[in-house]
Design a protein. Structure first.
Length: 127
């Protein structure tokens, strides 16, 4: 059985959610890694919820641009881990250019992908 895409959640306050490889896993596997950490104050849904504690981290194979893992610390980290299942193996560019519903936490994954090429503080509210 392949558990590579199994989302994980630790229910703390805020929760911790992850899917795929962590940065530590990628480095241990000898893969050249590129990561971005997006503080939640850049995610419109977190602002509306008035809870910007946490972040979304995307771990990428630096040679291919493919997403190897996502980790989130947020009230909705479990939902972010579940959404992350669908972007594993896609390139950062594919995720950054994809549609995401405005005012959802899942939109934060798209914004985090955009952070590989754009300063998220320069994005509009609708990224």
């Amino acid at each position: 059985m392949d558990y590579a895409r199994l989302p994980r959640v630790t229910f703390t306050g805020p929760a911790i959610g992850a899917v795929g490889m962590t940065e530590k896993d990628v480095v241990a596997a000898g893969i050249r890694c590129d990561c971005r950490v997006l503080p939640l104050h850049h995610v419109p849904r977190a602002l509306v919820n008035r809870d910007t504690r946490g972040f979304i981290k995307i771990v990428v194979d630096a040679d291919t641009g493919k997403i190897l893992g996502i980790t989130a610390v947020a009230k909705e980290a479990g939902e972010l881990a579940a959404a992350g299942v669908h972007v594993l193996g896609k390139t950062v560019a594919e995720v950054a250019d994809a549609w995401a519903p405005y005012l959802t936490m899942a939109e934060g994954i798209r914004i985090a992908a955009k952070a590989f090429t754009t300063d998220p503080s320069l994005l509009s509210c609708c990224a």
